[in-house]
Design a protein around this ligand. Structure first.
Ligand code: AGP
Length: 608
């Protein structure tokens, strides 16, 4: 999704801006641009496509200046094109914007009435012209931005420069993240701190509704009334942010292989040999946990699948009623809240607009408290929730979520145990679950070693247009996640069903052209699953079964079996996810798609 970078320095900022945009490429975008204040002129460069194309333009036609803003655009209003790429300008003003100005049509009509001419189809161009029209009266960029945002409905993170005040950037956020980077005699803005890690490790995370003015040696933050506000400067360590591909061909592959290590990080310091260490949830957790009688989980996409798995665990081991819903639906419907319900959000990025909106609306709904399971420290969800459990997966750059998902599952299992031990979860059961979790790193390695046969299996998918994924019980959401991975990166249409539902409709789709993937650990539903798979075989379907070595499946002409090591059942959803990730990865590589930045998708979905 769109990315913002801005810099005010004593040196030429062009390289900083372009490098910052490169670091935001993983978020997904279709065009890029910069505006630099150069000797009292606004100099713009824009490119459709990759940031490298923008960089080439900046090399071929160099830009010099100490103040500049830059943007990667993910089209919402108007197709991807250079004209629609940011920054948008209005005479001496240039603007970059993340989010959506919902009342842009009305503002556009008003501005056209005043004689402003629009060149793009974007909602952002109204911001540039509105600021220009207000500046005439106020003569101060800071004051103008403050007035301008009172006209906007919707969400925004904005960065604005003007040749009339050539030493500063003003910026504001509401509904979209924005962070300030603190340097020595230079300061920065960005939509994600990752963009600025090459220039600083000190950050100010703006709160909702904050505005700021930055110069090379000063940062002033203020509220909508123009009153000064104080925000902490946070120093980040390198470990929190290292993000390069190393020797791997794609970030996604690197992130799949990192799982053995990062799952260990999620557990470290949070479990003893026999139990969960509750301090991991923070000092306020105990008082809240003691009262919890029900769980409401909200998330989107892959994180939603993690929530679906956690529901099985909450109800089975902790005896707590648990509801799970996609945030985009939840936020627009009336809900009935049971007494003492803990509101749990799950998110890799911590900035997903729908999940954040659901959290915000929950504050008025009578929940006991909110807890987020999240991967990005200082993200909006982390800052706005009462409790947080960080997944510690490290930066996830591939748009298709892999290590973020499995670490979410571990974190959620820790939460289930911490709450369950207050009710029906015995000390023996807790110790058995923790023993299972502790085997994760080793078992992950064993499963990732099966890459060769999985790669071979992928050949049977690369020419297909459809695939079906089946699972039963807690493995149903695993199948859903497997199908989502395949469609996201290989563009093959994939659906997942609880295997018992097959005969209620989807069986009609099964023929020799439809690969059917099944996840089959040796659990209490194995025999039921086998019967369902026989229904597939009987119709000539091609089965690909990821099965426990002791499940009793064997290869024959219609069935390909990948034998997985026997694993404790509480970690089976995590372990069985890994071969499905590898399968999708290899299919996508065979198809030649853009694995890390699949078409039309964004890493962090900060608009509705
Ligand atoms: C996963 O592969 C997807 N790219 C997507 O479904 C993602 O999980 C979803 O957008 C939620 O993001 P979040 O975890 O950052 O909130």
């Amino acid at each position: 999704m769109c990315g913002i970078v801005g810099a005010v320095a004593q040196r030429n900022v062009t390289k900083i801006l372009v490098e910052g945009l490169k670091r935001l490429e993983y978020r997904g975008y279709d065009s890029a641009g910069i505006a630099v204040v150069s000797e009292d002129q606004l100099v713009l460069r824009k490119a459709l496509g990759k940031v490298s194309e923008l960089e080439e333009k900046c090399i071929a036609n160099p830009v010099h200046g100490g103040v500049g803003i830059a943007h990667t655009r993910w089209a919402t209003h108007g197709k991807p094109s250079e004209v629609n790429a940011h920054p948008h300008t209005s005479d001496h003003i240039a603007v970059v914007h993340n989010g959506i100005i919902e009342n842009h049509a009305q503002l556009r009509a008003q501005l056209q009435g005043k004689g402003y001419e629009f060149l793009s189809q974007t909602d952002t161009e109204v911001v540039a012209h509105l600021i220009h029209s207000l500046y005439e009266q106020s003569g101060s960029l800071k004051e103008t931005l403050r007035q301008a945002i009172t006209h906007f409905d919707g969400a925004y993170a904005l960065g604005v420069v003007s040749t009339k005040e050539p030493d500063l950037i003003v910026c504001a956020r509401s509904g979209s993240p924005l962070v300030l980077g603190v340097g020595i005699d230079e300061n920065f803005i960005a939509s994600d701190q990752l963009a600025l890690r090459q220039v600083t490790d000190r950050f100010v995370f703006l709160d909702e509704g904050d505005l700021a003015e930055i110069t090379a040696d000063r940062i002033d933050i203020f509220d909508i009334n123009g009153h000064s506000v104080e925000r902490d400067v946070v120093q980040l360590t390198d470990a929190e942010e290292s993000a390069d591909k190393g020797e791997y061909r794609h970030y996604m592959l690197k992130e799949i292989y990192e799982q053995a290590t990062v799952l260990q990080n999620t557990l470290q310091g949070r479990v003893s040999k026999t139990g969960v260490l509750e301090e991991a949830f923070g000092t306020e957790a105990k008082a809240i946990f003691d009262q919890v009688e029900a769980i409401q989980i909200l998330a989107c996409g892959t994180s939603y699948h993690a929530g679906m798995i956690a529901k099985y665990w909450f109800e089975d081991w902790a005896g707590l009623p648990c509801a799970v819903e996609v945030a985009s639906e939840y936020r627009y419907r009336k809900t009935v809240v049971r007494p003492n319900t803990l509101f749990v959000t799950i998110s890799q990025s911590g900035e997903t607009a729908d999940t954040l909106a659901a959290l915000r609306s929950s504050k008025e709904s009578g929940y006991l408290a909110s807890l987020t399971v999240c991967n990005v420290a200082n993200s909006s969800l982390v800052r706005e929730s009462d409790l947080r459990l960080m997944t510690l997966a490290g930066p996830e750059i591939g748009v298709a979520s892999t290590k973020a998902f499995t670490t979410q599952l571990v974190a959620l299992q820790l939460l289930v145990i911490a709450l369950g031990r207050r009710g029906c979860l015995s000390a023996e059961k807790e110790s058995e679950l923790v023993a299972g979790l502790l085997q994760l790193p080793e078992l992950c390695k064993q499963v990732l070693d099966l890459d060769g046969p999985i790669q071979q299996m992928s050949e049977a998918f690369s020419e297909k247009n459809h695939a079906l994924f089946l699972g039963r019980g807690v493995q149903f959401p695993v199948a859903l996640e497997g199908a989502l991975k395949l469609k996201e990166i290989s563009y093959i249409h994939a659906e997942a069903y609880p295997a018992g539902e097959l005969k209620h409709g989807p069986l009609a789709l099964v023929d020799s052209d439809m690969p059917v993937v099944a996840v089959a650990p040796n659990d209490e539903l194995l025999e039921k699953l086998k019967s369902n798979l026989e229904e597939v075989q009987a119709r000539g379907g091609k089965l690909f079964v990821f099965a426990d070595a002791k499940s009793g499946f064997s290869n024959d002409h219609g069935t390909t079996v990948l034998s997985l090591p026997h694993v404790p059942l509480n970690i089976a959803p995590i372990i069985y996810t890994l071969p499905l990730q590898l399968l999708s990865y290899h299919v996508a590589v065979l198809k030649g798609t853009d694995v890390d930045q699949p078409r039309n998708l964004a890493k962090s979905v900060t608009v509705e």
